[in-house]
Design a protein around this ligand. Structure first.
Ligand SMILES: [Zn+2]
Length: 318
């Protein structure tokens, strides 16, 4: 478990990422007037911007994720950069309003566009970009997709250099020292994505889960339903004073914060398995699973069917 100190490095790998499907036809997000950028101090030296609960066809779709930063004595770690250069620049401006220290690390918690497309906004600091060991390849694989589908989010004259992947990768755990403040990054097996990373701040007992935890907005996944549930069982044994989810209310007690997501994901697993066992075709399973329960998840209509189909494909041969 090597400890990286705040050595600055100028090399950057450019790349992008994505995830959600059906990204066609949404409006350009660039309202000319400056958007109000909320920022909340949730613990000593930890600030979080709460993203909006809007869908991908909404003009603010580049600002849907919770992103933020942790300030040490020597430098700052940014955790996720938003779904556009504009959102990344807004976060950078917010950082400068709180501290004059440099950003030494930009940590991407996973491949999804709403967490990484703002990376280039931080290039003036020449930070180390940090991510899961699978993130390098995933960024490369998604480069063309990001450039074609998210050109409007990548600023003027987007190019391959607009999309930045990690310089430092995490295979298991990695400690980063921000100056009298060590944070531990942990790489997880396939779950929400193939590139899931959590961060633990030892000073305040804050567990930054990003999209391993959805609050209010319906959970979605690309990699493995069973893997995600298993990861959450492991994480729930970790002591933490509070957690920061990737979407929704920005600070919550742990592990109770996981209850609603656990209930939904376990329902997906249980009911999809049951229908597969009965020989029900996937098209019908999508119509059946979860339909007897009243849901309070936001954007359920847009995402639930996709979750069932992914669960079906994962579970049909087990
Ligand atoms: Zn995500």
């Amino acid at each position: 478990m090597p400890v990286y100190h705040s050595a600055l490095k100028s090399s950057m790998i450019f790349s992008a990422l994505c995830l959600f499907s059906a990204l066609t036809g949404y409006a350009h997000a660039s309202e000319e007037q400056e958007k109000v950028f909320n920022l909340t101090g949730i613990s000593e030296g930890i600030y979080v911007h709460q993203g909006k609960h809007v869908d991908l066809d909404h003009p603010d779709h580049d600002d849907i994720a919770n992103i933020g930063f942790i300030i040490g004595d020597e430098c700052i770690a940014v955790i996720d950069t938003g779904g556009s250069v504009a959102t990344g620049l807004a976060l950078k401006k917010a950082i400068k309003s709180k501290s004059s220290l440099p950003v030494c690390y930009v940590i991407n918690t996973h491949i999804h566009f709403d967490h990484v497309l703002g990376n280039i906004a931080f290039k003036e600091f020449a930070p180390e970009f940090v991510g899961h060991e699978n993130l390098v390849e995933e960024m490369e694989q998604n480069r063309s997709f990001f450039l074609s589908e998210f050109a409007a989010e990548l600023g003027e004259n987007p190019s391959e250099a607009s999309i930045i992947g990690p310089d430092i990768t995490v295979a298991d755990t990695l400690d980063l020292d921000l100056g009298n403040r060590v944070i531990t990054l942990r790489a997880h097996p396939p779950g929400h994505t193939y590139t899931d990373l959590s961060i633990y701040d030892h000073k305040t007992g804050t567990l930054w889960l990003s999209d391993l935890l959805f609050i209010e907005r319906i959970p979605v996944f690309d990699a493995s339903l069973k893997g995600w549930l298993k990861t959450m069982e492991t994480l729930k044994t970790q002591q933490a004073n509070h957690v920061i989810p990737g979407h929704g209310t920005i600070t919550l007690p742990w592990p109770d914060a996981a209850n609603a997501q656990d209930s939904y994901l376990n329902m997906l697993l249980r009911e999809t398995r049951k229908e597969i066992g009965k020989g029900t075709f996937m098209e019908e399973v999508i119509e059946i699973v979860g339909k007897t329960e009243k849901t309070e998840w936001l954007l359920h209509e847009q995402n639930h069917g996709r979750n069932v189909s992914r669960a079906f494909l994962e579970l049909e041969w087990e």
